[in-house]
Ligand binder design. Structure first.
Ligand code: CTP
Ligand code: CA
Length: 229
């Protein structure tokens, strides 16, 4: 398989990639967040660029503004990510949701910092569910023929193994491809190596890939390019 920059099979294509992790304010100085590094999303954006695509990277709380990705749109909350991704997606051939999106947000975030009161238990934080951006993109198809790709970080549990959960998620989301990533026990989040299984909307395995986040990124674009052709 050709390597980084050697194939220009995304020339003339517009792709949107979301990366990082969204944060939901609890008060002006605190948030509900997650530990996504954004590395896989940035690797996807760079790989797409190397293959000739015009790239819009929507980055949620990335530590540094990434270099060499094309257009970079920084966002904080899930609502901001959703607006930015949907705006860019209306012109895009491909949307890849690599961001770790907060499932819930505090129902109310006061304008002033929450204070502790000695001897009084803290007030519970009421949460409301965020919209499922990937599911919406897969349902709405903001541009005809658009390829929609999701990611799923899974651990096994009593209800099933990593692939069982990935399969159920792929069917629920309706995305063309879902990249299932085994996490926990040092795998996935923040690490440099990855083991992924790519499923289609029916939950069937279309490919597996192992290696660096760059290698995984190129494996994903190989599959996307095939669908665009
Ligand atoms: N995603 C999204 N909007 C959300 C939650 C998730 O677009 N509100 C996207 C992620 O960007 C990812 C995919 O959906 O591409 C799967 O995210 P994941 O958190 O694994 O799935 P959930 O449906 O939130 O299920 P759960 O967290 O319960 O496993
Ligand atoms: Ca989730």
């Amino acid at each position: 398989r050709p390597r980084t920059g050697t194939v220009r099979d995304l020339e003339g294509r517009v792709v949107v990639v979301s990366a990082g992790g969204t944060r939901e304010p609890i008060d002006p100085v605190r948030f509900l967040g997650n530990s996504s590094s954004g590395k896989q999303g940035v690797a996807l954006a760079r790989a797409a660029r190397a293959r000739g695509a015009e790239v819009v990277l929507v980055g949620a709380n990335l530590a540094l503004p990434p270099e060499g990705v094309g257009t970079y749109v920084p966002v904080v909350t899930t609502a901001e990510l959703r607006t930015a991704v949907r705006a860019a997606a209306s012109d895009a051939d491909v949307v890849v949701m690599a961001a770790a999106v907060a499932d819930f947000r505090p129902a109310h975030a006061p304008d002033a910092k929450i204070k502790k009161v000695p001897g009084r238990a803290p007030a519970p934080i009421e949460l409301v569910e965020n919209p499922d951006i990937l599911r919406e993109l897969a349902t709405d198809r903001l541009r005809a023929g658009q390829v929609v790709v999701g990611f799923a970080a899974e651990t096994g549990d009593a209800d099933g193994d990593v692939l069982d959960h990935g399969r159920a998620k792929a069917r629920r989301k309706g995305a063309d491809l879902v990249v299932v990533n085994a996490v926990g026990g040092g795998r996935g989040f923040g690490t440099d190596d990855n083991d992924v299984t790519v499923l289609d909307a029916a939950g069937d395995v279309v490919a597996t890939a192992h290696g660096s986040k760059d290698e995984v990124a190129h494996a994903v674009w190989d599959l996307v390019a095939k669908r665009l052709a």
